[in-house]
Structure formats: structure tokens, C-alpha cells
Design a protein around this ligand. Structure first.
Ligand code: HEM
Length: 353
């Protein structure tokens, strides 16, 4: 059809114009006939199929062993990937240690900035990387290891599985100050929307990805302003009006002071090791632990999503949405081709730089 249209339109055209027309038609046809593409940005789910065919199987096996030993690490692995992607793109910059071995001598790395002080799981990432390097030396990037570990953490906690586009390269820099790009827990919706939009993510991605808070814990210090000092008046009446009154009491019995930065609270109380839609039921009842969780009720679109998922009848939809948004988040600012490097040790750049 495309061909016949191009010839009927070509009457009276000069040869180069005719050529251009038929090339365009051929390209159009090719596009129509091409198989659905398996890539996002320059990433490809088959990236290591020749260079490290056992990659995904190996990561899965290691993750099974790691989570068996330390079940509470599922949340931290997921959070590591998020914190990696939001700062300088998904380039494993979050894994680099501060100090003279970074290209900026004695620089403070992202890892040591306040929003990252409570990250966990670094040793396990290196454990998986070592296993892979024994199998396919200097082939798989730490950034891809993080993306796969996050996917497996979700799946092994009863969440969805999804194909992870691969081929990220590791970055050469990590700067504490760049962690300002991570949304703080005190964020309102306007702030969340702006910070996610800066990474190419939509309000739907915000509400879907916040569902990650179905896993894991928060330190009291991340939300105790809501219990004791919401406006700065610093008295027992100074609570966040967006937080359910009974839940204030329950959280206060766990977090007894404003300064407590060691006690942990489950974010999806009762099922914090299972990936499910329970988080949305809590948020809908104004029992989200962080202010940023409560903020999902401020916007019409995200509120509707929370309420729909709170019914518990659309979990399959949440799982599909989560997989889709994770792939989107996982492609933020990636380095590919000959950019960056494949790090040997995830906590330090290779020495030849
Ligand atoms: C919407 C903006 C977000 C904010 C403001 C936020 C903030 C936080 C904070 C403050 C904590 C507790 C940290 C602590 O006190 O130790 C936390 C934990 C966590 N976050 Fe988020 N987060 C957001 C989005 C996300 C996203 C997009 C993901 C992943 C896709 C994620 C995954 C997690 C997980 C799994 C934990 C639990 C970690 C653990 O158990 O140690 N968060 N988040």
C-alpha cells in the first residue's frame, strides 16, 4: 500500500525526489515489519546473552542465598537502585567509597551524604559482583548488578518479575552534594512532582514507585517530626494533621523522641517483607509513615490510584505498573557504549584512570 501510494504521488517528480520518496516508503515499511524492539534507551535485555549467558541465573541464585540469610535486605536492595538512579543516573555512583581512591581526591561520596546514611546491602552487592566476575571477568557493570538485584528482591518477596534492560556502564564520580536530587521524606506533592519530573518520571510513576514502601523500614528520625514537631512548636499537640490520630499514638509508642535515629518502624506494618498492595491500604487510611506517602493523597490522580489499589482488587495491575515504572527509572541517565567503565570492585573506580 505504501509503495503504490508513493508511485501515484510521484508523477512529474525529479529522480532524486522520487528516490527520496521511495526510500521513505521503504523505511516506513521496514518499521512496520520490524519485530517489537526489546530495548529502552540504549539498553537491551539481551545485552549479556553472549558475554555472560549465566548472568541472570547466577544473580537469582545468590539473591536466594542472601535473602535466606538476611530477609530484611530486600527493601534495602530496592532502595539502593532508586538512590543510584536519581543521582547522576543509574551508574553505580551510590556504591563508591569516599576517599583518595575516587578521582576527586578525598571527596565525600554520595554514600556518606545524609540521605544515604541508612542505606544497607553494600557487602551483598560486592558478593554478587565477585560471583559474576569469577564467571565472566570484567564484563558485568555494578550498575546492572544493582538493577538485577532490585528486580530479584521484589520477585523473591512475592512481587512481580520483569525483564531488565541491561548494558549500563559504571560512572567515575560520586559527589555527596548531588544527593540533593533525592526527594526528602518531608516532601509535599508539588515537590515530589518536580523532583520526579526532573528525572523524566510522571505523577503515575511517583504513586506506583512509592509502592516500594510495601517493603522495608524507616528510622524514626525520618518521620518523627510528624509526631512531635510538625510546625516547629515542638509539643505533643504539634502533629501532622494528615496522619491518623490512632496511628500517631501507635508510632509514638515506638518512636519515643524526636531525635531517635536508630529505632526502625515497618512502613507496611505487618507485611514489610512481602511485596503486595498493603501499602496503599495504609496510605488511604492516612497511615502512611512518611509525609511523602501521605502526600500521594494531595493530588487527584495519585489519590485515585491509592484508593483503587487500597481495595486490594487490582494487585495484578499494580504489579504490571510497578514493573513498567521500574524499567523507566532504571534507564535514567544511563552510561552506555564506551562511556564510564566496568568496575572491578563496586566501591572503587578502576585504577587506570
Ligand atoms: C517518593 C519519594 C520517596 C521518598 C521521599 C522516600 C523516602 C524514604 C525514606 C525516608 C525511607 C526511610 C529511610 C530510613 O529512615 O532509613 C525510605 C525507605 C525505603 N524506600 Fe523510599 N522514598 C521514596 C521513593 C522510593 C522509591 C521510588 C523506591 C524504590 C523504587 C523506594 C524504596 C524504598 C525502600 C524499599 C525503603 C526501605 C529501606 C529499608 O528497609 O532499609 N522509595 N524511603
Amino acid at each position: 500500500m505504501a509503495t503504490s501510494r508513493s508511485s501515484s504521488l510521484s508523477g512529474g517528480m525529479s529522480t532524486p525526489a522520487l528516490l527520496q520518496q521511495s526510500t521513505a516508503a521503504a523505511l516506513f515499511l521496514l518499521l512496520l515489519l520490524a519485530p517489537p524492539t526489546l530495548t529502552t534507551a540504549q539498553l537491551d535485555i539481551n545485552f549479556y546473552s553472549k558475554s555472560c549467558p549465566e548472568l541472570e541465573k547466577t544473580v537469582r541464585q545468590e539473591m536466594l542465598a542472601i535473602l535466606k540469610e538476611s530477609p530484611t535486605l530486600a527493601g534495602p536492595f530496592l532502595r539502593l537502585h532508586f538512590h543510584d538512579c536519581f543521582v547522576r543516573g543509574c551508574d553505580a555512583s551510590v556504591l563508591l567509597d569516599s576517599g583518595p581512591n575516587t578521582p576527586i581526591p578525598a571527596a565525600t561520596a554520595e554514600k556518606d551524604a545524609p540521605p544515604n546514611k541508612s542505606l544497607r546491602g553494600f557487602g551483598a552487592v560486592q558478593r554478587v559482583k565477585d560471583k559474576l566476575d569469577a564467571l565472566c571477568p570484567s564484563t558485568v557493570s555494578c550498575a546492572d548488578v544493582l538493577a538485577l538485584m532490585a528486580r530479584d528482591a521484589v520477585f523473591l518477596s512475592s512481587g512481580p518479575s520483569y525483564a531488565v534492560p541491561l548494558g549500563r556502564r559504571d560512572g567515575l564520580r560520586s559527589v555527596a552534594n548531588d544527593t540533593k536530587q533525592l526527594p526528602p521524606p518531608t516532601s509535599n506533592f508539588t515537590r515530589l512532582a518536580a523532583m520526579f519530573a526532573a528525572k523524566g518520571l510522571s505523577p503515575k510513576d511517583i504513586v506506583v514507585l512509592s509502592g516500594a514502601h510495601t517493603l522495608g523500614t524507616a528510622r524514626c528520625v525520618s518521620f518523627s517530626d510528624r509526631l512531635y514537631n510538625y510546625t516547629g512548636a515542638n509539643n505533643l499537640a504539634d502533629v501532622d494533621p494528615e496522619l491518623d490520630g490512632e496511628y500517631v499514638t501507635a508510632l509514638r509508642s515506638r518512636c519515643q523522641s524526636l531525635a531517635d535515629n536508630t529505632t526502625l518502624a515497618e512502613m507496611d506494618a505487618g507485611s514489610f517483607e512481602t511485596f503486595d498492595a498493603g501499602y496503599y491500604r495504609l496510605v488511604a487510611k492516612r497511615r502512611g509513615v512518611l509525609h511523602s506517602d501521605a502526600a500521594l493523597l494531595e493530588d487527584e490522580e495519585t489519590r485515585a490510584y491509592v484508593e483503587r489499589q487500597a481495595t486490594g482488587m487490582f494487585v495484578a495491575e499494580f504489579f504490571r505498573d510497578f514493573a513498567e515504572s521500574m524499567v523507566k527509572m532504571g534507564s535514567i541517565g544511563v552510561l552506555t557504549g564506551d562511556q564510564g567503565e566496568i568496575r572491578n570492585k563496586c566501591y572503587v573506580v578502576n585504577s587506570h584512570h
